[in-house]
Design a protein around this ligand. Sequence first.
Ligand code: FES
Ligand code: FES
Length: 160
Amino acid sequence: MAKVSMSVNGKPVTGEVEGRTLLVQFLREGLGLTGTHVGCDTSQCGACVVHVDGRAVKACAIFAAEAEGAEVTTIEGMADADGSLSTIQQAFQDHHGLQCGFCTPGMVMSAAALLAENPKPSEAEVRDYLEGNLCRCTGYHNIVKAIMAASGQDVAIAAE
Ligand code: FES
Ligand code: FES
């Protein structure tokens, strides 16, 4: 076991991890942040996406020890300071960008990373960026619409 320290949602945390402990295990089992989901064991679904030093990362694809000293943000850290939904979260709600919701934390985290680097993405760019996020329910159209809306663009240009 080794000690690991990082910032999670703006708060310093420490824990004891094995070398093989994945970041997603540390977040869920070590810190109780179960909003980060595990939807596969092949690093394909994207339900586990978090931000590590501002970049979207699949938390099942890195070890907790690799996040030593990093600034990690999970879905629990995405609400606005007053606890209300962030613009992206509200857009998912407004545009019905979820059904069962299992993929939604990863979708929101990926969307936030996309809009941070590309504030006005085209529909094609949104779809391309979400390549690593699988949704079994929605058919993606309303997710794309939600992200377009969160970027302040006309959702009518998103495909029906
Ligand atoms: S749990 Fe599926 S990509 Fe991480
Ligand atoms: S809303 Fe069910 S998997 Fe995406």
